[in-house]
Design a protein around this ligand. Structure first.
Ligand SMILES: *Cc1c(COP(=O)(O)O)cnc(C)c1O
Length: 385
């Protein structure tokens, strides 16, 4: 089977991990700080706080922004459930803004319309979580402008978008947001096994994230409440969590980060080949614009089902039968059983629903061979014609 994505691990990655295993610290050692430093440098943000997953990173970022019961968060229905679950963990209310059918990202026009419709100021969102779908950045300038008018915070869920660029800006530099979150799950751009990170330019927020990630415990003696601390003293000042990344994971992340540009270049080369080889087939291909550089975490085709003899579901099954490890990113969050119980219904976000009735993620990862790429194309042609 050719999967839709997978990790790229080489001998140098293995060597770096083994080195940590033989060292004194396999967690809470120097590798975590080094990885954080390297990620913040890479993205051009002042601070980075690593976690054991992007889901944890989203949770920590929401708590650190002070999200609580009574607050409202808006996000895209076309994402992994973690993008909206993080609001619910904090007791906040969740709502969605429908997507743009060209980019598959949260639509800034729909966001503005939805904001304008709200007459009661208390119902405005405190936070909007944008998702750079498949590695294509959202239109951050527009969303940032709206955040100033309507006074909401912005978290970028950039789980797909390490190394992507919006105009000149690398995603994660937080020029248009309060924080950015990345995932290092094996299918993503680089991996730490499981892992995530928050980048930000706000020192106070960064310190809060660090505190919450580690049980809410402060070990910095310059900031103790106690006037006469003992040598073993530490202070828990917040109900935090243990969401730490290990040094084993961080060492893998450092080694992987050395190759990030190469990985993304390779993903872009594969995407260009797909663009060329699929352009005459009845499908919409990924959005392209010279101001946006996608990291191509995913390559998604949107079938023009009205022109096809088979349904989306039939095509999906046939592609699977022929050995393609394809996927749907994403079945809309608001139609998950858990979200239906919260009151969301079919028809509420028609673009996300329409998109999900056509979309298929086809294989893209740095080590995809020319031979396998041709095989993917041939299977798609065979199945849809
Ligand atoms: C993968 C992913 C997450 C969750 O990442 P984990 O590191 O697996 O917790 C969150 N949001 C999006 C958009 C993702 O693709």
């Amino acid at each position: 089977m050719i999967p839709y994505s997978k990790q790229t691990i080489d001998a140098s990655d293995i060597k770096e991990v083994v080195k940590v295993l033989r060292s004194d610290f396999i967690t809470q050692g120097p590798k975590v700080l080094e990885f954080e430093h390297k990620i913040s440098n890479f993205c051009g943000a002042k601070f980075a706080i690593s976690t054991n997953s992007a889901t944890s990173a989203l949770h920590v970022a929401c708590l650190s922004l002070g999200l609580k019961k009574g607050d409202t968060v808006w996000t895209s229905p076309n994402s992994f459930v973690a993008s909206s679950n993080c609001a619910l963990y904090c007791g906040a209310k969740i709502d969605f803004v429908d997507i743009d059918l060209a980019t598959h990202n949260l639509c800034p026009i729909k966001l503005e319309e939805k904001l304008k419709k709200i007459k009661n100021k208390n119902k405005l969102p405190k936070l909007v979580i944008v998702v750079h779908m498949a590695g294509l950045p959202c239109d951050m300038k527009k969303i940032f402008r709206l955040s100033k008018i309507y006074n909401f915070k912005i978290i970028e869920d950039a789980s797909h978008a390490l190394g992507a660029r919006y105009f000149r800006d690398l995603v994660g530099n937080c020029r248009y947001s309060d924080a950015t979150v990345f995932s290092f799950h094996p299918v993503k751009i680089i991996t730490t096994g499981e892992g995530g990170i928050i980048t930000t330019n706000n020192k106070k927020f960064a310190n809060k994230c660090k505190l919450i990630r580690t049980h809410g415990i402060n070990k910095d003696k310059n900031h103790f409440l106690s006037k006469d601390p003992s040598p073993w003293h530490y202070e828990q000042i917040y109900l935090g969590l243990n969401y730490r990344m290990s040094d084993i994971s961080a060492a893998l992340g450092i080694s992987q980060l050395r190759k990030v540009e190469k990985f993304i270049k390779k993903r872009n080369i594969i995407a260009q080949k797909y663009n060329e080889l699929l352009k005459d087939l009845p499908m919409q291909l990924p959005f392209q614009n010279s101001n946006y550089y996608s990291s191509y975490h995913l390559y998604i085709i949107s079938l023009k089902v009205e022109l096809l003899k088979k349904s989306h579901r039939e095509i999906f099954i046939d592609l699977q039968k022929k050995g393609l490890g394809i996927n749907l990113h994403y079945a809309p969050i608001h139609l998950q059983p858990y979200y239906r119980k919260l009151g969301f219904k079919k028809g509420m976000f028609p673009n996300a629903e329409n998109y999900a009735s056509r979309a298929i993620s086809i294989p893209i990862y740095p080590s995809l061979s020319e031979k396998d790429l041709k095989k993917v194309i041939n299977i798609i042609k065979e199945v849809i014609t």
